[in-house]
Design a protein around this ligand. Structure first.
Ligand code: FAD
Length: 412
């Protein structure tokens, strides 16, 4: 059959694929992006972290993002009944951006891939990757919507297929996630909140009144829309499709802050359920390929780290790949896998302790020193790779010590 050629083939045109494609095209490499769906398409993952701005800038996308009119974001607020805690990301330990956006991903993802195409990447929508031959000269088998099958020969393949997890499935790289099986119910509502009546500029994470391991997100978007969702053990949200809307409505009315602001706001789309999203792989690279973003490891939505990790992975993988394409010998484990997982592991410590409730003790603790608040704020802003932050350098030890202080003094 027909064979096509590119320096690099990218599977998937989400944020990881778009940024990787743009970075390679900017460096003069030929890139072919194969995307199964047609854009714009819905995706979950709407609240960005400031750390991601650096990668959008590097990929020549920042101006387009700034000018698109997305909802501005400068922090995170946490609510548990009467208790509240608010973090402003501009007040943080790490250098770099302190603000970002909350985005409708359909619009955001389309904008990113368009910027990649404008900088030279070739993009094909409605083309599904079916199989891969690994090695020094990898070959993908691709099928278009007319059922035509062709092959793409390249020097390297980047799998940015997100929850599609194309190469982990095809090559048997999947490993069980260390996270318990959780799920989310979510939708968008028309919020009708008068301008200035609330702080739209922060993601709101609310704890369920009776269960510390169940939480909600409220993410304000532009144009009077708000994204709302609830995350819990998979079985807690295991309702027949016809009852999803009633279930989410009941949950929204059970939490006072969510209830007051959007408890009765009309849903703008059918209530969706996604479960079993946590995933892991044996390694993030192999002969002729690397895994980016969600196609690699995905932990949990609680700190909105998904897109940031996806962009960080695109940045690290393309730096390594460009050196390899220039004839240098690279070590994918040392140059890509280990450094990427360093930040994922920082988030893991925070995610695990969110669900045990220990991180909640720290977040809602009233006498936190400003210095420690700035270190926590940095992680919440996505700076999970900044080793000057003690909570990055030694997350477990630092975390345990801090938790002890917060619980000792608050029970005294
Ligand atoms: P994706 O954006 O999923 O893109 C992958 C693309 O690959 C898709 O367009 C798909 O069509 C394509 N594809 C798949 N298979 C094939 C194939 N065989 N051939 C060709 N193309 C293919 N992250 C945040 O940053 N902030 C949040 O607030 C947030 N909230 C979340 C809430 C929930 C409930 C969940 C589950 C996740 C959340 N995330 C959040 C995570 C976020 O959704 C993902 O991390 C992010 O979308 C990953 O981007 P990506 O580029 O890796 O993959």
């Amino acid at each position: 059959g027909e064979i096509q050629h590119a320096d690099v083939a990218v599977i998937g045109a989400g944020p990881a694929g778009a940024v990787a494609a743009a970075l390679l095209a900017r460096a003069g490499r030929s890139v072919l992006v194969l995307e199964r769906q047609h854009f714009p398409r819905f995706s979950i993952g709407e609240s960005l972290l400031p750390q991601s701005m650096a990668y959008l800038e590097e990929a020549g996308m920042l101006q387009a993002v700034v000018e698109a009119g997305f909802q501005y974001k400068n922090g995170a607020s946490f609510v548990n009944g009467e208790k509240t805690a608010s973090f402003d990301f501009r007040d943080k330990h790490s250098e770099g951006w302190g603000t970002t956006y909350q985005v409708e991903r359909a619009v955001f993802d389309q904008l990113l891939i368009r910027r990649a195409a404008e900088q030279g990447a070739k993009v094909r929508f409605g083309h599904t990757v079916r199989s891969m031959q690994t090695g020094d000269a990898p070959v993908l088998e691709v099928e278009d919507e007319e059922g035509r099958v062709y092959r793409v020969a390249s020097r390297f393949v980047l799998d940015a297929s997100g929850f599609g997890r194309v190469l982990p499935r095809l090559l048997g790289l999947e490993r069980p996630s260390r996270m318990p099986a959780r799920a989310a119910l979510f939708s968008h509502v028309q919020d009708s909140l008068p301008a200035g009546s609330i702080d739209r500029d922060k993601i709101c994470v609310a704890v369920h009144p009776e269960r510390r391991d169940v939480w909600y997100w409220m993410i304000h978007l532009a144009n009077g829309r708000t994204s709302v969702g609830c995350v819990a053990d998979a079985e807690f949200l295991d309702v027949p499709e016809a009852q999803r809307e009633a279930k989410l409505r009941e949950l929204m009315r059970a939490e006072p802050t969510i209830a007051r602001l959007i408890g009765d706001a009309p849903f703008l789309m059918p209530v969706n359920r996604i479960g079993g999203y946590s995933a892991n792989v044996e390694r993030l690279h192999g002969p002729g390929y690397a895994l980016l973003g969600n196609a690699g490891e995905f932990l949990d939505p609680v700190f909105s780290s998904g897109v940031t990790i996806a962009l960080r992975s695109a940045h690290l993988a393309t730096q390594t790949l460009l050196r390899q394409l220039d004839g240098e010998t690279v070590d994918w484990a040392a140059d890509y896998d280990v450094p990427l997982r360093k930040g994922i592991d920082t988030f893991r410590v925070f995610v695990e302790r969110w669900y045990t409730g220990e991180l909640q003790d720290i977040i809602f603790y009233e006498n936190q020193t400003p210095k420690i608040r700035r270190m926590i704020s940095s992680i919440l802003a996505g700076y999970a790779w900044d080793e000057t932050n003690p909570y990055v350098a030694e997350p477990v030890r630092r975390f345990n010590a801090l938790h002890e202080i917060c619980t000792m003094t608050s029970s005294a």
